[in-house]
Design a protein around this ligand. Sequence first.
Ligand SMILES: Cc1cc2nc3c(=O)[nH]c(=O)nc-3n(C[C@H](O)[C@H](O)[C@H](O)COP(=O)(O)OP(=O)(O)OC[C@H]3O[C@@H](n4cnc5c(N)ncnc54)[C@H](O)[C@@H]3O)c2cc1C
Ligand code: FES
Length: 283
Amino acid sequence: MTIVSESSQTDRSYPYVPRFGKIVESRMLTEQEKFYRIVMADGQPLDYKPGQFVEVSLLGIGEAPISICSSPTQGGFFELTVRKAGLVTNKMHELGTGDQVGIPGQLGNGFDAEVMKGQDVLFVAGGLGLAPARGLIRYVLDNRQDYRKVTLLIGSRRPSDLLFTEEIKEWESRPDCRTLVTVDRPDESWQGATGVITRLFRHLEIDAANCYAVIVGPPIMFKFAVLEVLARGVAENRIICSLERRMKCGLGKCGHCQIRHIYVCQDGPVFTYDEVKKLREGI
Ligand SMILES: Cc1cc2nc3c(=O)[nH]c(=O)nc-3n(C[C@H](O)[C@H](O)[C@H](O)COP(=O)(O)OP(=O)(O)OC[C@H]3O[C@@H](n4cnc5c(N)ncnc54)[C@H](O)[C@@H]3O)c2cc1C
Ligand code: FES
């Protein structure tokens, strides 16, 4: 008996049709975070934007929303960074090169890299926030001629928590991008800046009228980083963030991710600060 029509089997926009991704590379980035490069098993690359996410599905275990941390400019694969948090993510850590995971498709709105063209872009990425930010960082650096000054502020709790350390070294050595890194709690091996990420702002001159600030990190970092950029005159609609929210279906059906009238899985996870403020204030 045919229960799925031929047309729906091939319609890639239909998110309930199972698709699988094959892990082609995996390695630990830190004690808690594992990196995966994945290609779609059906040979049709994921058509994604930086800042979108996938609902990783492990048969018989469950699903977890994970940000895509690569840029489509890198090739026909996508990359994920997964922190061990519970059931699904612990099981995901047991998987490695050659294993398959369910990937129904790309979800969420992603960053609007077009609107930032011709502008300065200031990234403020803390902790695991560097994962979703990395997709846009790579996109901007791969289209470097389209953007003006690019500044990366990166922070982590300890040196051993820092993600993508090799790539950060590459960014630090680029003459067309300024990269400043800090850790809260240095160890004897750490040669760089120390203190919370907002302390790095003292080294910056911001051309507020021509700058977009992309802030991704834990809520406490977001709060203080927003105060810094606002104090320097960056308009609220030029401050971009990615919200994390408990999600279940990822498809706008279950209401788990709902904040007032919006569904973060559908309308987000990327919002401007003025949108976030209106949501909080119930406007
Ligand atoms: C849009 C989006 C993007 C994300 N991107 C990434 C990513 O790139 N890498 C990554 O490692 N994680 C990311 N997360 C978080 C990730 O989805 C959760 O850690 C994961 O769902 C936990 O599932 P689990 O079954 O392993 O843990 P569970 O067994 O469900 O829970 C373990 C613990 O984690 C808490 N928890 C679960 N989900 C969240 C959440 N969303 N926020 C805060 N606490 C939570 C639970 O309350 C519980 O205490 C993202 C979440 C969202 C919504
Ligand atoms: S996760 Fe179900 S509506 Fe957003």
